[in-house]
Design a protein around this ligand. Structure first.
Ligand SMILES: [Zn+2]
Length: 81
């Protein structure tokens, strides 16, 4: 695993789709709270470090909990985002 998190100048870590996907795949706990993983098929949303591993094509990355709730997702019972 990488020792450092790539932070774009003036930006925040995990602000891009690729950085989020990489953190989600690595179950990077540093990404918890930075973004959330919404799963279309189950209607839930998770922390990036959640042990639940939905298929990539069924997830999208949202910046806030509020966004997830507004999109109709419920918080995951395993990771309690
Ligand atoms: Zn979860």
């Amino acid at each position: 695993m990488a020792e450092s998190v790539a932070v774009p100048p003036g930006g925040t870590p995990f602000s891009g789709e690729e950085a989020r996907e990489a953190a989600w795949r690595a179950r990077d706990r540093r990404a918890d709270g930075a973004f959330f993983v919404a799963v279309r098929t189950t209607g839930i949303f998770c922390r990036p470090s959640c042990p639940a591993r939905p298929r990539r094509e069924n997830v999208r990355f949202l910046a806030t909990r509020t966004e997830c709730l507004a999109a109709g997702h419920r918080p995951c019972l395993r990771c309690r985002p």
